[in-house]
Design a protein around this ligand. Structure first.
Ligand SMILES: Cc1cc2nc3c(=O)[nH]c(=O)nc-3n(C[C@H](O)[C@H](O)[C@H](O)COP(=O)(O)OP(=O)(O)OC[C@H]3O[C@@H](n4cnc5c(N)ncnc54)[C@H](O)[C@@H]3O)c2cc1C
Length: 573
């Protein structure tokens, strides 16, 4: 059923300009927008793409202190652990425990004693983020936990961390900002910064959906554009220098280990394998990057570098199917004469009025997702000063993110709404305390109707996020609820998801088909470095079939043909 008006219209702009336009809805900008709105500022949050689709989407999805930073970047470990504790407090549903095994082999850079000493120091930080102290394991114990490890290990140590759905963390910050009065606009690219006698007065934007160009006025512009932030500063006549570094991950279509693993690459760098929701993430590289962050490619060398490191420790790794590879660029602060890996992950807030004579422009750069809340707090402190407003302390460490208001009993949700347990688990993990209203408001026949079987996602959830969470394109549904992100890589759910999106947006059949074709093309671009030979040929055949299904239309499976059967879904989650 098409809807003429969205359920939550953007707040009125009657009353003139915004106090602050935040450019960039990655985790940094979304965090700043929420904090600023909660402190009473009139905020507009803009992104050229979807929420969290930049570097944040390409992160390893960890809220972690960073054991390796202890050596040379102590403050980053301390702040990340402290902030990780606050993030856990405001979004308890979103974080999940990740237990690492750090196996030690003959010839490793750090022997077991040295590794354990590092962990003993890290244990001091663990209470900040409700983490448990490490445990030292014998080779037998480690192999019992992780039978796929190469058997000649000396021993292992454990390390507790938190995993997070990074895109969901951004979406909840953006939603929280909107609930506090902010306007959130995706697919809105800043093409120029408007100045008046040197001072920044707003931005000129172009909609990537309609092509419309307009000016949005604000007293201050906050540049939170991640690796694109030097370009945005340049638009305003200011300077911002970063030392960007590219990082690559391999994403597997299933969990392949019991624990997360930390291993050593050929050059001694630490790489991670993380079981993450229904996937496994392997990464990451860390290389100086000089190109356009919008044009990233994954090379076969990068894939080989990662596989080589894991094969040494987990010999069967090449037998598993890589769903796709992704790349992202770290917006690291500038530094000379250090290896990429050794660069500080600290952050800095730049007031370009004081630095470059460009009043009204503030940039936030560097940092990590794990400390996004503190980064936002420090940025909004500067924004208040630049705006000449009285100081108001932040409340983001105590105000729950949407859904974090209370802890929900998943079994109860499953029972109350007749849902299979894995469906209820996924819903609660994404929507927390708001799951009851999401389901209560849904059409009864859509509550259990599975649209994406791999994840699993129901039609009710999909309709809810399309109506309430700034979803514009099919690919946005992967970031919002993981639809199209499962083992089928969207082959089974792309068409029905596009149809549902089309119903909500009032699209015609041609528009729906274009959306699926765009989606398939974009997905294919993430595959060449990880599929070869017969697999590549087979995939091209599938893609052809998907295009053909579009012509036939009704041949694609419908929701009615796949109503969730609780007993069929309880296994394997
Ligand atoms: C491979 C890798 C793994 C990582 N893993 C972790 C991890 O596990 N844990 C952790 O804490 N940190 C991790 N990090 C670091 C973390 O991901 C980044 O610090 C963080 O995501 C940066 O967020 P951001 O919002 O600053 O940038 P981004 O997420 O890139 O957001 C910037 C946004 O600005 C938008 N934008 C740019 N130009 C314009 C314009 N002209 N108009 C409108 N919008 C614009 C972009 O579209 C983008 O969405 C990792 C980084 C990498 C590269």
């Amino acid at each position: 059923m098409p809807h003429d008006t969205p359920a939550t219209p953007p707040p009125s702009r009657a009353g003139g300009e915004f106090d602050v336009i935040v450019v960039g809805a990655g985790i940094t900008g979304a965090g700043v927008a929420r904090d600023a709105a909660l402190r009473g500022l009139r905020v507009c949050l803009l992104d050229q793409h979807d929420l969290g689709a930049g570097t944040t989407w390409g992160s390893s999805g960890m809220i972690h202190g960073g054991l390796r930073y202890i050596e040379y970047d102590w403050e980053t470990t301390r702040v990340s652990c402290l902030d990780g504790g606050y993030i856990k407090r405001i979004a308890p549903h979103l974080l999940f425990p990740v237990v690492f095994l750090l196996p030690v082999y003959p010839g490793d850079h750090f022997g077991i004693e040295k590794k354990e000493t590092g962990l003993e120091v890290y244990d001091r930080f663990q209470p900040f983020k409700a983490g448990r102290p490490h445990v030292r394991l014998s080779a037998e114990e480690a192999l019992q936990l992780e039978p796929g490890l190469r058997p000649d290990l000396i021993g292992a140590v454990t390390m507790d961390e938190w995993g997070v759905d990074a895109a969901r963390l951004v979406a909840l910050n953006a939603l929280g900002a909107r609930e506090a009065g902010a306007e959130v606009r995706t697919y809105t690219e800043v093409i120029d910064v408007v100045r008046d006698g040197g001072a920044v007065r707003g931005v000129r934007v172009r909609s990537r959906l309609s092509g419309a160009v307009e000016t949005i006025a604000a007293k201050v512009v906050c540049n939170a554009a991640g690796p694109w932030s030097p370009r945005l500063a340049e638009m305003a006549g200011a300077t911002l220098q970063l030392r960007p570094a590219k990082g690559v991950h391999l994403i597997y279509d299933r969990r392949i280990t019991n624990c997360a693993l930390g291993v050593e690459a050929i050059d001694g760098r630490d790489l991670l394998l993380v079981p993450h929701a229904n996937q496994t993430i392997l990464g990451t590289t860390d290389d100086d990057f000089y190109g356009d962050p919008s044009q990233l490619e994954v090379t076969e060398d990068e894939v080989e570098y990662i596989l080589q490191a894991f094969e040494r420790v987990f010999p069967s790794i090449r037998q598993y199917r890589i769903a796709h590879a992704n790349a992202a660029v770290r917006p690291t602060l500038y530094g000379w004469r250090r290896y990429e890996d050794d660069l500080s992950r600290e952050y800095e807030v730049f007031d370009h009025g004081a630095l470059d004579g460009v009043p009204g422009l503030v940039s936030i750069a560097g940092g990590k997702m794990s400390m996004f809340r503190k980064m936002a707090e420090d940025t909004v402190d500067v924004l208040l000063r630049v705006l000449g407003r009285p100081f108001v302390p932040t409340s983001t460490h105590t105000t729950p993110l949407p859904g974090g208001e209370s802890v929900v009993d998943t079994v109860e949700v499953a029972g109350n709404f007749g849902l299979p347990l894995p469906v209820a688990q996924r819903l609660v993990a994404r929507h927390g305390a708001r799951v009851e209203s999401l389901l209560g408001d849904a059409e009864p026949e859509e509550r259990r109707a599975l649209l994406c079987e791999c994840e699993p996602v129901t039609r009710a959830e999909l309709r809810h996020v399309v109506r309430n969470e700034s979803v514009e394109r099919l690919d946005d549904l992967y970031r919002r609820v993981r639809c199209t992100g499962g083992a089928c890589l969207g082959m089974r759910c792309a068409w029905p998801a596009a149809r549902l999106l089309g119903e909500e947006k009032g699209w015609n059949a041609r528009r729906v088909a274009d959306e699926v074709h765009d989606f398939l093309d974009a997905r294919w671009l993430q595959r060449p470095s990880v599929v070869r030979g017969a697999t590549a040929a087979q995939e091209q055949l599938y893609r052809g079939a998907m295009y053909a299904l579009g012509e036939v239309g009704d041949a694609a499976p419908t929701a009615e043909s796949r109503v969730a059967a609780p007993e069929a879904l309880t296994a394997g989650d």
